[in-house]
Design a protein around this ligand. Structure first.
Ligand code: GDP
Length: 364
């Protein structure tokens, strides 16, 4: 599955956020098989109100949301790229995730020590990014000599790699993350293979004081401005509030949220933003037994989308009976959509759209 790594300096609220995320998932265990893979890895349900609507129309007995994995990656401190703290372990963990949720401290609290001595979210972001850039510089520089040798020997692939690497090095030496490297679509694969930490998409999670959970504060405003400059995303959340909400029964959650003027838990925003950051979309399978959401990457074709459910669905794929979400809702279900000519028969080249309600036909 897809993984989002939670990173940040010590004492910014990473664990508080991670625990809230996984406790919320645990609280939903009644209709959702939650599993903790390791103490620092948790799967969370991706909140999607469309599922409830679909289940209502089809009279589905059960609702099964799709899931996203979060990994709490502790141990990043200044100097990590030089092996300080849990430096190397940290960098290895971060290599394995698909996107980064970077928690930034945007709350003041005299009782909670800040490792750098003062609250300055932009400086904190730069501290972390610097470590990641240094690690990337190091790993690229190590590769250059061997590649140059190969390139001189006429290795075409090595030549292309070197070209990509030298562009990445230029950026990194100028203090810019590798994700900004200009590259052609056909270079995308080679770029991915470089496994650069600063090539991963980033979501800034501004951990604000309880009073700012809805609108943010002056600190988070600076982070949002920074994110806009970088083409990154940012969300506001109060980890402390979320950790309190997460352990409440569903009925009480609504009252608590209303009391602090929030429409939904801030965690939902974090999860959805993480999902979008990864370029993920959702399709649905709907029947009397269950309404279920499935995750695919944008651009996935119908057979591969079917393969997410079962490899047999992909191998024996014949066609996908497809109804757009809006049609399904407007025409009150499959029968209505079929009568109105809104049930399409899509073949193996069809790129599944977000919200499609699908029924796969396959041969075994
Ligand atoms: P980590 O080191 O980044 O994982 O940080 P923790 O989640 O362990 O939090 C460090 C300390 O900050 C703990 O004492 C938390 O209770 C506290 N903390 C976390 N989030 C908030 C918050 O939003 N407001 C306040 N006042 N304290 C917080």
């Amino acid at each position: 599955g897809f993984k989002c790594g939670i990173v940040g300096l010590p004492n910014v609220g990473k664990s508080t956020l991670f625990n809230a995320l996984t406790q919320t998932a645990a609280a939903q265990a009644a209709n959702y098989p939650f599993c903790t893979i390791e103490p620092n890895v948790g799967e969370v349900a991706v909140p999607d109100p469309r599922l409830t609507t679909l289940a209502g129309i089809a009279g589905s007995a059960q609702i099964i949301p799709t899931r996203l994995t979060f990994v709490d990656i502790a141990g990043l401190v200044r100097g990590a790229s030089k092996g300080e703290g849990l430096g190397n372990q940290f960098l290895a963990n971060i290599r394995e995730v698909d996107a980064i949720a970077h928690v930034v401290r945007c709350f003041e609290d005299g009782d909670v020590t800040h490792v750098e001595g003062k609250i300055d979210p932009i400086a904190d972001i730069e501290t972390i990014e610097t470590e990641l850039m240094l690690a990337d510089l190091d790993s690229l520089e190590k590769r250059v000599t061997a590649l140059e040798k190969k390139a001189r020997g006429g290795d075409k692939e090595a030549k292309e790699s070197l070209d990509l690497i030298s562009r990445a090095l230029t950026l990194l030496r100028a203090g810019k993350p590798a994700r900004l490297v200009e590259r052609k679509p056909e270079e995308e694969r080679a770029f991915g293979m470089l496994g650069l930490l600063t090539s991963k998409p980033v979501l800034y999670v501004c951990n604000v004081d309880e009073g700012s959970a809805r609108d943010g504060n002056a600190f988070s405003a600076r982070v949002f401005a920074r994110a806009a400059e970088e083409g990154a995303k940012a969300v506001v959340v109060s980890a402390k509030i979320e950790s309190e909400i997460a352990v409440l029964p569903a009925e009480e959650q609504a009252d608590y949220l209303a009391a602090i003027d929030l429409e939904e838990p801030g965690l939902n925003r974090v999860i959805r933003a993480g999902y979008e950051l990864l370029g993920l979309i959702t399709y649905f399978t709907v029947g009397p037994k269950e309404a279920r959401a499935w995750t695919i990457t944008r651009g996935t074709r119908a057979p591969q989308a079917a393969g997410v459910i079962h490899t047999d669905f992909e191998k024996g794929f014949i066609r996908a009976e497809t109804i757009a979400y809006a049609d399904y809702v407007a025409l009150k279900g499959e029968a209505g959509a079929r009568d109105a000519g809104k049930l399409r028969l899509e073949g193996k080249d069809y790129q599944v759209a977000d919200g499609d309600v699908l029924h796969f036909r396959f041969a075994t």
